[in-house]
Design a binder for this molecule. Structure first.
Ligand code: PLP
Length: 398
């Protein structure tokens, strides 16, 4: 058998990530590769840092993309900030909080788990009492936007509690950055990581991070070397922050960084606050359509993420069969539930460039027609009208 060029099918990505990538970003990826120490490339890197600071809403000098996916951004924060024996309070209300705990253990730290409920926000009172009971803890780690459940936690309140107890924060903003408010400086977040492929509408594989001066002091004061060579901030900084001379650390993923630069230029052209508004507005339109089909969102309204909608699977519907039909007939990808929620929810993402009216109307029509074909009573026309009515309300969000 001859293996030929790979041409992916044309999908609409409405799952938990990656999201649809804008043609402008794909075009940027295809531009000629230049050397990663070329002065033209170094100039682009400086712009990239400025764009990331705007997106994170921070003045932090150390703000850069890690050359690896969101998970590496997570690992970078833990391996640099946690030293063997350190107590770290970790909030778990879904899959990604669980991974944070794993990271603490692998860095030799002692995780103190604040166990929350899947599908609910992290409870600030539980966090407060854990910090009171463990006065030696110097780090609080939590996920701002839990993609496994579609829940938003109150990062501002959690960071304020951490500060009262003299703790730094490690915050996962992989799904929130670009889709809902993230205010690194105003909320006083310390070590914050994200991912390129969710609300930033870029290709997967890069992890924007930002570190406060306070958190860098802890890194500089380490008694032991960071056990990861690739993720050791002291070394990575030599490449990303050496003002005049940049030292070779690893070959930057040159074309991927063009793509991230383009996606952040697009975000600044739209306006960050306008992008938050667009996600919120489209979430309301999607919700109106789904509710008109008799479907319910799982997360309580005040804790919902606009960019990740968890929909309860109605009794008698085979959730995997419906997802398979959406993919094969409509080229539409949505996500399944994880862990305890497997088989119980669908996860519909409205992230970045995926958050647009055509996708919402496709999703509502596809659900209506396939639920109907599976014997579930639905009114397709009422659902489309309900979503349309909301989409028509705000011309800026098209
Ligand atoms: C997607 C995601 C990650 C991991 O990012 P990868 O790019 O898949 O490594 C981490 N945290 C959250 C909340 C995510 O949604």
């Amino acid at each position: 058998m001859t293996i030929r060029s790979f041409n992916p099918p044309p999908r609409s990505l409405m799952g938990p990530g990656p999201a649809d990538v804008h043609p402008r970003v794909l075009a940027a990826l295809a531009r000629p590769t230049i050397g990663h120490l070329d002065p033209a490339f170094v100039g682009m890197m400086d712009e990239l840092k400025t764009l990331l600071r705007q997106t994170f809403r921070t003045q932090n000098a150390l703000t850069m993309p890690v050359s690896a996916p969101g998970s590496a951004g997570m690992e970078l924060c833990f391996v640099n900030l946690v030293e063997p024996g350190d107590e770290v309070v970790v909030c778990i209300n879904g899959v990604f909080g669980g991974r944070m705990k794993e990271n603490v253990e692998r860095a030799g730290g002692k995780p103190i788990v604040v166990q929350g409920t899947w599908g609910r926000a992290v409870d600030p009172e539980q966090v407060e009492s854990a910090l009171r009971q463990h006065p030696k803890a110097r780090i609080l780690a939590f996920v701002h936007a839990e993609t496994s459940t579609g829940v938003s936690s109150d990062a501002k309140a959690l960071a304020a509690i951490a500060r009262q107890h003299d703790c730094l924060t490690i915050v996962d903003t992989v799904t929130s950055l670009g889709g809902s408010p993230v205010e690194v400086d105003a909320w006083g977040l310390d070590a914050v990581y994200s991912g390129s492929q969710k609300c930033l509408s870029c290709t997967p594989g890069l992890a924007p991070v930002t570190f406060s001066e306070r958190s860098l002091e802890k890194v500089r004061d380490r008694k032991s070397k960071v056990q990861s060579w690739f993720l050791d901030l002291n070394l990575v900084m030599g490449y990303w922050s050496g003002e005049q001379k940049r030292t070779y650390h690893h070959t930057a993923p040159v074309n991927a960084l063009y793509a991230l630069h383009e996606s952040l230029v697009m975000l600044s052209e739209e306006g960050l606050e306008q992008a938050w508004q667009r996600h919120r507005h489209h979430h309301l339109a999607l919700r109106a359509g789904l509710e008109a089909l008799g479907l319910e969102l799982m997360v309580p309204e005040s804790e919902r993420l606009p960019q990740l909608n968890s929909v309860s699977v109605p009794a008698g519907v085979d959730e995997a069969a419906l997802r398979a039909r959406l993919l094969s007939r409509y080229n539409l990808e949505i996500g399944a539930g994880l862990g305890d929620l497997a088989g119980k929810i669908w996860r519909i993402g409205l992230m970045g460039y995926s958050s647009r009216p055509a996708n919402i109307l496709l999703c509502i029509s596809a659900f209506a027609s396939e639920l109907g074909a599976m014997g579930h009573n639905t009114d397709a026309s009422a659902a489309i009208s309900a979503a349309r009515a909301l989409l028509d309300q705000d011309a800026d969000c098209r």
